[in-house]
Design a protein around this ligand. Structure first.
Ligand code: URA
Ligand code: ZN
Length: 377
């Protein structure tokens, strides 16, 4: 079988969830303005939110988008802000309903190439809100594991209110690792918007900088808490190619070296932990893609017993083998509905033209890695 093109970063607001957003009078909400529905996901969102339509919730639109771009299989996740705005009891109920809805969305999708695989697989949700019981989270992990078309779960950066370095989450990480599910870590809030100044720059600064910084902070706190030393098999996929973590990883290692309390908490150099993570290939340029794979490959130099005095990366494929194509559909649409999406074309071109990857690596990033890492094959 030729290697399929698999999209690991692609979202939906399932119809039940879109209805909840329509019923709300504060963000996140879907409101109707001049006969057009608009999605407002944050209070004071620039430009009064963004126009939304069936591409945000209808499965036929997802499949149409996939066909237009030659995408064979998508591993679909609920878009931000997930269940963050619910009270605990309601978040728990809605999580279970949406996990079942996502299973149905995928299970009744067409077969891929008339074979045993479907065109749609999914990620589940946990009711990660303050006040939720750990038992409720463990129950949802068991539910997701039992749903045959769900192979992972998406989560934001806040955990149950205290972030991903919250000790209360330790049994959750262990249960996710034991269930063999992939965690897709995705931003929503950005960072303190005071840094964006007063000029109207639309969504540019929060999306281009705020989103990746949020992911970077969350995963760095997770690493600093030493969770990877205690749950080494946990698989976390970082949105937007890991934000700025790859670029800042040696600086992070140096800062840790100068902070004995943190250094004593960790078994490894910070750069080692980048080799435990997975990265989408949503960075829009071949140079960035090559850079991330090089940095991730470098983690081998920090493995126990490795010689880190050498500048030679032992196996370049370590990095590319942890990267996977994504689109961020339905965000960043073009103006016309029949046009190919510029963001998708750029991310595919980046994989085609990155220097140093052979065909096997490119095929891996286009789809082979995703099928293997998500356990779909
Ligand atoms: N991409 C996302 O996933 N969410 C947004 O809100 C914007 C872009
Ligand atoms: Zn996204």
């Amino acid at each position: 079988m030729a290697s399929p093109l698999v999209d690991v970063h692609t979202h939906v607001y399932l119809p039940r969830y879109a209805e909840v957003l329509r019923s709300r009078s504060a963000a996140p909400r879907i409101l109707t303005q001049n006969g057009e529905e608009r999605l407002v996901i944050l209070e004071n969102e620039p430009s009064g939110g963004r126009p939304v339509g069936p591409q945000y919730w209808a499965r036929e639109e997802k499949l149409r988008f996939m066909d237009l771009h030659g995408i064979d299989i998508s591993i679909v996740s609920t878009a931000n802000p997930w269940l963050d705005f619910f009270e605990a009891a309601e978040a728990h109920t809605v999580a279970k309903q949406l996990n079942d809805d996502m299973e149905e969305y995928c299970a009744s999708s067409p077969a891929y190439a008339d074979g045993p695989l479907k065109r749609l697989y999914g990620m589940g949700l946990l009711p990660l809100v303050p006040g939720i019981s750990i038992d409720a989270l463990l129950g949802c992990i068991a539910q997701i594991k039992a749903l045959p078309h769900l192979h992972g779960l998406i989560m934001g950066t806040r955990g149950i209110g205290k972030g991903l370095d919250d000790e209360a989450l330790e049994p959750v990480w262990k249960a996710i690792a034991d269930a063999g599910l992939v965690v897709f870590l995705h931003p929503h809030y950005g960072v303190d918007s005071g840094a964006w100044g007063e000029k109207d720059n639309g969504h540019v600064l929060p999306l281009a900088l705020g989103f990746p910084f949020e992911t970077t902070t969350a995963i760095t706190r997770f690493i600093l808490a030493g969770v990877y030393d205690r749950v080494p098999d946990l698989r976390i996929l970082l949105a937007h190619s890991g934000g700025t973590l790859p670029q800042l990883s040696s600086r992070l290692a140096s800062c840790i070296d100068h902070d004995p309390v943190v250094a004593a908490r960790l078994k490894h150099d910070a750069r080692f932990y980048l080799g435990k993570l997975y990265f989408d290939a949503v960075c829009y340029g071949p140079e960035e893609l090559g850079f991330v794979s090089e940095i991730v490959s470098r983690s081998e130099r920090y493995a126990p017993g490795a010689d880190n005095s050498s500048f030679v990366v032992a196996n370049r494929k370590t990095g590319s083998g942890r990267m996977m194509f994504g689109t961020d559909h339905p965000f960043f649409p073009p103006l016309s509905s029949t046009e190919k999406w510029k963001s998708v074309v750029e991310n595919l071109d980046a994989i085609d033209t990155v220097s140093g990857w052979d065909k096997e690596e490119k095929d891996g990033v286009r789809g082979g890695n995703a099928l293997k890492i998500f356990g779909i094959l």
